[in-house]
Ligand binder design. Structure first.
Ligand code: SF4
Length: 242
């Protein structure tokens, strides 16, 4: 197995253990990795090395950096995998832009735009799945300090359809992620070399300084406790209820 595991200071299952367990419990067409950032490619790399039959999807909001589109293509060709891109509903975007313009999130928050460009397409996708796998880490944000390795996804489960969410890298630090990327020559978004740490849509992402938290570059005009786009909405619900 890869040498990165030797530096993990915890006794909980390794990310590979979690991936293997997830793949063994759900049919191949009912589980998928959600791909956008560096952590997600680590998961893709691990699944690839384990020969796991897990599909990959990514949210194309229409507002990503050109570098991110090239990164997605690089990952697709590097691993020889299919990456399903999920798109927002054209009518919903047309109505939002016609009513509020292209940068409404700077004035009234990111929730409406994220709702149309990310959450609705993700919800449609998760209606077809029973489980998804994310690259969330506990130390990424004040909204993620309690992220478990596996959880019932309360944001996307319904009375008739349960969705399980796996977070195999929950206990990893940013250092762990980048040590793995370097050791295994995993493709990464070139924006990371220009000071970007957590990378989302172009208008809502900026580079951070050496002493800033990695999520400081996302929706920097909003409160830290609200910095989730809805993909992981139950993290915010937990913060608010405290
Ligand atoms: S991150 Fe910004 S541009 Fe992207 S969907 Fe959310 S509000 Fe819209």
């Amino acid at each position: 197995m890869d040498n990165h595991n030797t530096q993990l200071p915890h006794s909980e299952p390794t990310p590979e253990d979690v991936l293997f367990d997830a793949a063994s419990r759900f049919a191949a067409d009912k589980i998928a990795i959600s791909f956008s950032g560096a952590e997600d490619v680590v998961l893709i790399d691990m699944a690839h090395k384990l020969n796991l039959d897990i599909s990959v999807f990514s949210l194309d909001t229409g507002r990503l950096h050109p570098e991110t589109y090239r990164f997605i293509e690089n990952v697709r060709s590097h691993y020889g995998i299919t990456i399903e891109l999920l798109y927002p509903d054209a009518d919903a975007i047309r109505d939002l832009v016609r009513e509020k313009g292209l940068f409404s999130f700077y004035k009234d928050g990111h929730n409406e735009c994220c709702g149309a460009r990310k959450i609705a397409p993700l919800r449609r996708k998760l209606e077809t799945l029973d489980a998804w796998i994310t690259g969330q880490r506990r130390d990424q944000s004040v909204t993620r300090t309690d992220v478990p390795l596996e959880q019932l996804d309360k944001a996307f489960s319904t009375i008739s359809h349960t969705v399980t969410k796996f977070n195999p890298l929950a206990s990893w630090s940013s250092h762990d992620v980048w040590a793995y990327i370097r050791a295994n020559e995993v493709p990464y978004n070139p924006l990371h070399d220009r000071g970007f740490v957590s990378i989302g849509c172009e208008p809502c992402t900026r580079a951070v300084g050496p002493h800033e938290h990695e999520r400081a570059g996302r929706w920097w005009w909003e409160e830290a406790t609200q910095k989730e786009c809805g993909l992981h909405a139950q993290n915010v619900i937990k913060i608010i209820s405290r």
